[in-house]
Design a protein around this ligand. Structure first.
Ligand SMILES: Nc1ncnc2c1ncn2[C@@H]1O[C@H](COP(=O)(O)OP(=O)(O)OP(=O)(O)O)[C@@H](O)[C@H]1O
Ligand SMILES: [Mg+2]
Length: 369
């Protein structure tokens, strides 16, 4: 897929800015706080309807404005496509695809696919399990937009069950609690099984890329460690495992007054030669690992959708050494449209600069460089 044009109106520090993408690679260069990441964030929002920087639309709409808008024109194998995401500072969104209003999020998702890699992604290695769950969920939403709906359902049940535990001081036999348990197990089973299948597909790809990039024999393992065990990928078995574990944790839950069982407590283990990646290595090695995860994501999305997604590199390329830059270049070639932000062009391999469109970003304005 190819993003031809982006139009930002009252979005972050952009007042009214059109950008036309004229090459498979675009480098956005500018000093700090000029709007480089904001532009990538706009693309991320179209791809996932989420931003990894904020959950409040008030932050996305320009300060002192009631509304903002992101419009994109895309070229896909199936033909041209226009997407519009309208934001209000009070949080209500409206979505259109080819000028038609789209009511369900899942009909908007999947029209534009993107893989983002920013320095924040180092938290995939260094941060807590929530970072890794978030990452998996973001990939799942793109591969299967229905997942966004399942995830919402699960979280709604989780919130309601937690509220119930808090207010009722429920005993484990209360019929109402039994109902919540069943709901939790039902919606949780959907999440657990999908995450399980995703990790099974990502893990060998990530291992391959890790070896390619590091040029070493170190073995990366990506393993799903679900809170409710997944020995067999069969809905009834996982559902039963859920209920069993809920029963087993009933007393602990009464003490802690919160739900202790379910995919909100999953972990995705990253190990290198059996050492947890968090304890492993230099920043450079951790960056290599995250790059391997991101390339795995890129390849998997391409494989599943049959079309290459966009790649968004926020501030990370210049931090890779030349060997890793070249590895990345070889992988993406001109097949994956790539938007790259940087504060300086100096650290780029000449190969990158040769074929790229270079734009400069200054105070929410974008100009040819
Ligand atoms: N809702 C908003 N309304 C107006 N301006 C905003 C809004 N949100 C963020 N900004 C401004 O956007 C700028 C930050 O933009 P961005 O994060 O894209 O910077 P950047 O060019 O990526 O910088 P860096 O090189 O530091 O990463 C800041 O000046 C900030 O004040
Ligand atoms: Mg930035």
């Amino acid at each position: 897929m190819y993003l031809k044009r982006l139009h930002l109106r009252q979005f972050r520090n952009y007042h009214n800015q059109q950008v036309e993408f004229l090459a498979p690679k675009t480098i956005l260069v500018g000093q700090n706080a000029q709007g480089k990441s904001n532009l990538l964030e706009a693309v991320e929002l179209l791809a996932t309807l989420r931003s990894h920087r904020t959950t409040r639309d008030r932050d996305l709409v320009s300060t002192d404005q009631p509304t903002g808008q992101i419009t994109a024109e895309l070229e896909r194998d199936s033909g041209p496509l226009e997407m519009v995401l309208s934001l209000r500072s009070n949080g209500r969104r409206s979505l259109t695809v080819n000028s038609e209003t789209v009511r369900r999020h899942l009909d908007f998702l999947g029209n534009l696919n993107a893989v983002q890699f920013s320095s924040l992604d180092l938290d995939l290695v260094r941060g807590g399990p929530a970072e890794r769950r978030n990452w998996l969920d973001g990939v799942l939403v793109q591969l299967e937009p229905l997942y966004a709906h399942l995830w919402q359902q699960y979280n709604q049940v989780l919130r309601q069950r937690n509220a119930f535990l808090k207010h009722q001081l429920a005993d484990a036999d209360a019929p109402q609690l039994q109902l919540w348990n069943q709901q939790l197990a039902k919606t949780g089973t959907h999440i657990t099984r999908r995450r399980h299948r995703l990790v099974a597909r990502l893990a060998p790809l990530a291992q391959h890329w890790h070896q390619e990039i590091s040029g070493s024999s170190e073995l990366l393992k990506v393993a799903y460690a679900p809170n409710v065990s997944m020995e067999q990928d069969q809905p009834e078995i996982v559902y039963q495992a859920f209920l069993d574990k809920i029963a087993q944790k009933a007393i602990a839950e009464q003490h802690q007054v919160t739900t202790l069982v379910g995919p909100h407590r999953d972990e995705i283990e990253l190990t290198i030669n059996q050492t947890p990646a968090r304890q492993y290595g230099s920043q450079g090695q951790q960056r290599t690992l995250v790059l391997a995860l991101k390339l795995a994501e890129l390849k998997l999305i391409e494989e599943v959708l049959g079309e290459p997604p966009l790649l968004l590199l926020d501030d990370v390329l210049a931090e890779l050494d030349l060997q890793r830059q070249n590895q990345l270049l070889e992988t993406i070639q001109d097949r994956f449209q790539t938007l790259i932000t940087t504060t300086h062009l100096g650290a780029f391999d000449a190969q990158w600069l040769k074929s790229a469109q270079i734009l400069s970003v200054r105070s929410g304005q974008i100009l040819p460089s």
